[in-house]
Design a binder for this molecule. Structure first.
Ligand code: BGC
Ligand code: NOJ
Length: 811
């Protein structure tokens, strides 16, 4: 069942009922100010850090779900309702939510009044702008009242939901003209406040939650709204809110627009006050002035649209498959940008107070946005690298505000260092900018201990070769990509983190996944060494990669598939010999991506085994059979009920590894089959089962052993976005940035006739037509650039800033 439709021309997903199977959200903001907004106007806003600078309150785990947001109540002669349906839940004669790129527009209509509530964060401003268009769709004049509502968070979201003995006494506001200022803690150490304004005179206001709601009411029935009368309350402690009351009289057919701004202001220490305890409002008023008219709002929307068009124009496909087009052209790159902005901090599954930025996660996310914002990707790489240690190991997470490694989570995830090579190589392949390798970068964020980024890559590579186990495979440490396969962290304490509990000093547990990753990214490192004239280093690296390939085949292959690991006792994991967890997806994907066993047939066997043992109609599960009980020597993976998360869930993050692996073997039909099983646009018709948004990927879909097979969770903030983007745009459609230029090497379903891709690469635009007259999956028979034949399948960068025609014939 569907709950909406794609409007590709407007780059929107249009939801036609507020009762989606789960709140379907969007992200507002591209720079420093952000909002999460659901299709019923739920969600919250924050400045830079969702934990430390939260402007508005949101209650995770609330009943009903998703209450708390930007609410505009319409009072109409005793009746009252909200255009997004929630929280009042009064029936609407019409409802529509349009989630677009960086904005959301929700329309509700009831009894001849229609309200459209548009929300976005204008580029260059720390605010959400809400435009309300109220229209009389009936034939008689109407007098209605509009009540806005935003509940302020007392800045630190964690403290706000726990420290009531203090917080219920600190709340402070000011109200001046049509602006409500939230200034809790501004009297002491904070130099920031929030404001909420509207561009017309008020007929009343409220700033105290209980006065607005009534002591025992919920947001569905605020007493002020029910009575149609604001109480002009001024908050003193308790819970400050912002609510403007506005009386509107509308002739038949008349519409009026109101512009609200919910903004964030920082003042210099010496400019904090206008008078004793009266905040300096000048910067707020200056911002409000920028959004006083519809023309100004329209101009800001146009700037936002141009921003997104610019980002998305770097890679556009035209094919006969609408679902493919909308994933590649709009929604997948959009989600990649959201992972750039948010990392794993704030979603409807991430509370904004939990995780920092992952070393591994951030490097992988980069694969999905490096072509859109190369300069920011460069900065990100340098930030990540600066948290690394001299021996190549790395903090597993770092905090975006301080950019320092997170001590609580610590180090010892032995795959982490290799992802830095992957991320850096992707950046150089995209941009050709090798100067990044000469940047001086700290170790452990210590400015007195720096080395070139190249040196960081070297210690990353060597961290693996310096930490080999009994079979010559890489030691796993606390975990590798699979955070939940914890082979050295035996945990018996309820509530203890599986990843950070005392690490057993044993140097026995080994990871075949890290071995595969080493062989996969190693050649890029060797190439980078050669680019720097370090031939001896490169030759040495190549020998080590070759050794690892052999070791993987000798000790990491189980007959029909790659093993997963050796545990703390040296026993096999992911082997026929195991009772449960006999085969895992990760080593099959990464080892074949690395080309291991392609010649000897092991790679083919591995892919066949994945298809036979791990495939389902909703995607490929992580392992089989699932663990039916807790295994102390395996850790968190065995804590999940069978079919969920790492215990045999469909992890959408590593399904693309199998797609890419299949393309290594030339299996274009199979690669695309897997792609379309998990790409959200293809799942729109089963939204009732899938439940999460049909326009973005979720981290996990419940596997075949789960009670709710096919149901997804953890949408938006997942490495899934980047890897699926790589799988489809590079491996399947075949446009691959490489050190020497743009490589064209598609691997597609044989029945495809042709498709066209426009790719901006190092400043030139390539219009690439790919024709498949002989209906093959793979193999470039000929390639021309501006009419001239090119030898091989790499387009050397033209670098004239022009538009170039490329024609590729497969065969
Ligand atoms: C989740 C993993 C996650 C890990 C670290 C676990 O509970 O299942 O997916 O990577 O926590 O945050
Ligand atoms: C989520 C983490 O963010 C990611 O780094 C990890 O690879 C997956 N979980 C799998 O455990």
């Amino acid at each position: 069942m569907k709950f909406g439709t794609f409007d590709d021309n407007r780059k929107e997903y249009v939801i036609n009922t507020p009762k989606t199977p789960y709140p379907w959200i969007n992200y507002l903001g591209n720079e420093q100010f952000f909002g999460l907004i659901s299709n019923t106007a739920g969600g919250y806003t924050f400045y830079r850090d969702a934990r430390l600078r939260r402007l508005t309150r949101y209650r995770y785990n609330n009943i009903p779900l998703d209450t708390g947001g930007r609410y505009y109540y319409l009072y109409d002669n005793g009746d009252f309702w909200t255009p997004g349906w929630m929280p009042v839940k009064r029936d609407l004669d019409f409802y529509e939510c349009r989630h677009g790129l960086g904005y959301t527009s929700i329309t509700g209509e009831r009894n001849g009044i229609s309200v459209t509530q548009l929300a976005f964060v204008p580029m260059g401003y720390n605010a959400e702008v809400h435009r309300l268009v109220v229209k009389n769709t009936g034939s008689v004049e109407k007098s209605v009242k509009l009540f806005s509502f935003a509940e302020f968070c007392l800045w630190n979201a964690q403290d706000d939901m726990t420290n009531f003995q203090r917080n219920l006494s600190t709340g402070e506001v000011e109200v001046k003209d049509s602006v409500i200022y939230h200034k809790t803690e501004y009297r002491e150490r904070r130099n920031h406040y929030a404001f909420y304004s509207v561009n017309r005179p008020l007929d009343g206001f409220d700033t105290d939650r209980e006065s607005f709601l009534g002591m025992y009411n919920g947001l569905d029935a605020p007493q002020v709204v029910a009575n149609g009368e604001a109480s002009n309350s001024v908050a003193s402690g308790w819970s400050p809110i912002g609510s403007h009351a506005l009386n509107l009289t509308l002739a038949p057919g008349e519409e009026q627009s109101l512009i609200f701004v919910l903004g964030y202001i920082e003042n210099e220490e010496e400019d904090k006050w206008e008078a004793l305890n009266v905040i300096n409002k000048k910067p707020a008023l200056a911002m409000i002035e920028q959004f006083a008219t519809d023309e100004q709002v329209d101009a800001a929307l146009a700037t936002l649209a141009a921003h997104w068009d610019g980002l998305l124009s770097k890679y556009q496909i035209q094919s006969g498959d609408d679902k493919l087009n909308r994933m590649v052209n709009i929604w997948n790159p959009y989600q990649c940008m959201v992972t750039f902005n948010m990392s794993r901090s704030a979603s409807y599954f991430e509370s904004g107070i939990g995780r920092g930025m992952g070393f591994r996660d951030s490097n992988q996310d980069l694969l999905g946005f490096v072509h859109q914002i190369p300069e920011r990707a460069r900065e990100r790489i340098l930030d990540i690298a600066a948290t690394q240690f001299e021996d190549g190991s790395a903090y597993h997470q770092y905090q975006p505000l301080t950019k320092k490694g997170n001590n609580e989570v610590g180090t010892g995830f032995n795959d982490d260092p290799l992802w830095l090579i992957l991320g850096t190589a992707a950046y150089i392949k995209e941009t050709g900018d090798v100067s990044i390798l000469d940047e001086q970068v700290s170790f452990d964020s210590n400015p007195d201990n720096t080395a070139t980024l190249f040196q960081h890559l070297k210690v990353s590579f060597e961290h693996v070769t310096n930490n080999l186990g009994p079979h010559g495979l890489p030691l796993i440490g606390r975990a590798d990509w699979n955070d939940c396969l914890n082979l050295n962290c035996f945990s018996k304490e309820p509530g203890e983190s599986f990843q950070t509990t005392a690490n057993i000093e044993g140097r026995v547990a080994e990871s075949v996944f890290i071995a595969g990753l080493f062989v996969f990214v190693g050649p890029d490192y060797a190439r980078i060494c050669r680019m720097r004239g370090q031939d001896a280093l490169a030759t040495d690296a190549e020998a080590k990669i070759e050794d690892m390939r052999q070791t993987t085949l000798t000790h990491g292959f189980d007959g029909d598939w790659f093993l997963r690991a050796y545990d703390h006792y040296g026993e096999k994991i992911g082997s026929k010999e195991n009772e449960e967890g006999q085969i895992f997806i990760e080593p099959q994907g990464i080892c074949v991506m690395a080309g291991i066993g392609v010649e000897g047939g092991q790679a083919e066997k591995s892919m066949t085994s994945v298809q036979e043992r791990l495939d389902t109609k909703y995607g490929i599960v992580l392992q089989q059979p699932p663990y039916s009980k807790y295994y102390l020597n395996l850790g968190e993976i065995s804590t999940y009920p069978p079919g969920y998360k790492e215990n045999a869930g469909i992890f959408c993050h590593n399904n693309p590894w199998i797609m890419i692996a299949e393309t290594v073997l030339g299996h274009g039909d199979r690669a695309f089959e897997i792609y379309s099983k998990i790409a959200p646009a293809y799942l729109e018709d089963i939204s009732d089962l899938h439940r999460t948004e049909p326009y973005v990927y979720s981290q996990m879909i419940a596997g075949k052993d789960a009670v709710r097979h096919g149901e997804a969770k953890n949408s938006w903030l997942t490495g899934t976005a980047a890897w699926n983007y790589v799988a489809i745009t590079q491996a399947i459609l075949g446009i691959q940035p490489d050190f020497d230029g743009l490589k064209v090497d598609p691997c597609i379903p044989a029945e495809w006739d042709s498709f066209e891709i426009t790719r901006v690469f190092r400043g030139d635009t390539y219009i690439i037509q790919i024709k498949n007259p002989n209906h093959v999956s793979k193999g470039v028979a000929s390639l021309t650039l501006d009419g001239a034949a090119v030898e091989g399948n790499i387009i050397a960068p033209v670098l004239d800033g022009g538009v170039h025609q490329v024609v590729v014939e497969l065969g």
